[in-house]
Design a protein around this ligand. Structure first.
Ligand SMILES: Cc1cc2nc3c(=O)[nH]c(=O)nc-3n(C[C@H](O)[C@H](O)[C@H](O)COP(=O)(O)O)c2cc1C
Length: 225
């Protein structure tokens, strides 16, 4: 099925971001506030209330919200073993998570890749790419309506090194786990999101300049109701 399924069926709480030392001249690293481990809503109520939401308000997305979504999706929940909030076959962790942020929302316009080890964001592009992503996703309105768009990708080789051909299905399964965590965290924070699977894989790969062997798996716009 890989490298590309061309077009599938054609059809967060505070202001604590802080720039840190750059690892290279082009990449700014932004530390995220610590995620909260407490919430106001039970898991059972969260499950009951989870729905796909496709329109959003302009209310500001804060550093705390970004932190919480990143942690729910791929955060390290066991520092001894480096295990994460979402399960992974053999703890090979093929999934990467990007935040496409529009102007006026934290940490500022651009595209950021989440670094689970440091619970930080690496800025990989300076511009808001939502309009292009929208064009490559059958012009699905939630992508331009949402202040922040999450893109879930997978680096197949990480898992294939151990599991060979089985890795492809594992990678897709893992994207599902990550997506569900984002849905549930969003619901608990009274944010809306929807898992979008219909997009032009190659177009997104080129636009976001993904590395060879890194595939876009899901797009999740997020915003306040
Ligand atoms: C694999 C997958 C792909 C999906 N792709 C899209 C999509 O491209 N656009 C969209 O609006 N919703 C998409 N959805 C969301 C479904 O339409 C939604 O989950 C379904 O209507 C059930 O509604 P609920 O999520 O509120 O329970 C997708 C869901 C899944 C699981």
């Amino acid at each position: 099925m890989l490298p590309v399924i061309s077009i599938i069926t054609l059809m967060i709480i505070s202001n604590c971001f802080g720039p840190e030392n750059n690892t290279n001249d082009n990449m700014e690293t932004i530390s995220l506030p610590e995620p909260s481990l407490e919430g106001d809503i039970s898991l059972e109520k969260t499950l009951k209330d989870r729905r796909s939401v496709r329109s959003y308000s302009d209310k500001t997305i804060s550093a705390g919200i970004i932190s919480q979504l990143a942690w729910a999706a791929q955060g390290i929940s066991d520092r001894v073993n480096n295990f994460r909030t979402a399960p992974s076959a053999g703890a090979t962790y093929p999934i990467e998570l990007y935040f496409v942020v529009s102007d006026g929302h934290e940490p500022g316009e651009g595209v950021y890749r989440y670094d689970p080890g440091d619970h930080a964001l690496d800025r990989v592009h300076s511009q808001d790419m939502r309009r292009d992503i929208y064009q490559m996703s059958l012009q699905q309105e939630p992508i331009i309506d949402a202040p922040v768009v999450l893109v879930i990708t997978g680096v197949l080789e990480r898992t294939a090194q151990r599991y060979g051909e089985r890795a492809e299905r594992f990678m897709y399964m893992e994207a599902g786990h990550v997506s569900q965590n984002i849905y549930l965290q969003s619901t608990a924070l009274e944010l809306g999101t929807v898992a979008i699977g219909a997009f032009d894989d190659e177009g997104i790969m080129e636009l976001m300049e993904l590395e060879d062997g890194e595939y876009p798996l899901y797009i999740m716009p997020v915003g306040h109701y």
